[in-house]
Design a binder for this molecule. Sequence first.
Ligand SMILES: [Zn+2]
Length: 330
Amino acid sequence: MLELEHFPKIDAHFHSTFYNPVYEKIAKDYHVKYININTDASVFPRMEVQENVALAYVKKAPEHFAYIASFEMQGWENPNWHRSVFDRLKKSVDQGAVGVKIWKNIGMEILKPSDSSFLMIDDPFFDPLFVYLSENKIPVLTHLGEPKNCWLPIQEMTSERNKVYYTKNPEFHAYLHPEIPAYKRQIEARDYLMDKYPDLTLIGAHLGSLEWSYEELAKRFDRYSNFYVDLSSRLGHLQMQSVNDYEGVRDFFIKYADRIMYGTDAYNNPEKLTSSLINDWKYFTTNKQCESIEVNGTFKGIHLPEEVLYQLYYTNAQSIYPGLNVEIHS
Ligand SMILES: [Zn+2]
């Protein structure tokens, strides 16, 4: 029988913005390497601070920590913005960053001064950035758009976690802000990047904001050979689908086993991290009854084949982020 503590794992979506030694302990206890993700969000510290924290973890225990860099959109109207971002990213990659994160402030927050429309990721403004990332073979992790629920009233949302999040963060609840571009537009803008830059490795964080339908994800995997996703914070949506379509969800994980990466999205929260590691493992490796805050009632684990688990938890992250130097020890 496979054991959680001994099975090698990469948590491809993790956030820690101040140094906490408990993560190294959890990494050793559970045999994990984390990819710590810098993010251009106002609730996170300044980018330089985030990057220094991420580097401190890598320096302390390179076998357990790696990181994904990012850049600030602040000052984007400045003519030197692209140049300074390229310089910054080059330095980050030289220091060991395995990819670059792009956040939902693009598409949902930042306005163009010319006409006060939202700056979308498919705007020609970003062409030089994607040419740079593509030519330099730097994988890009995109959190673009939000769960489809974000565009619905709270009572119509399918996930308890989404209900709680958007009640607490009304500024991100698109339903309350009809000026925010529609869900469909967010997805189209992201898909456009994969059409336009077929050599770019593009990872959709949070199931690429297509969490509500594994069939929609499958369509993108079929269409774009450069598209990957992480499961972070959205596994509940697939668990929900598996309540009524158990074989469909299970077959999806098996058919696209090389496209999906495990990730927790634990954010300065060691308790969430360990409970996710334990509960997610039960869902993937057994056919026992599972529970989640996101799903009403219990649901059955999908008991994936060992080779699929190995891809999901371990080898995919290594091939998707080639800079990841994996030498983890239990
Ligand atoms: Zn995250």
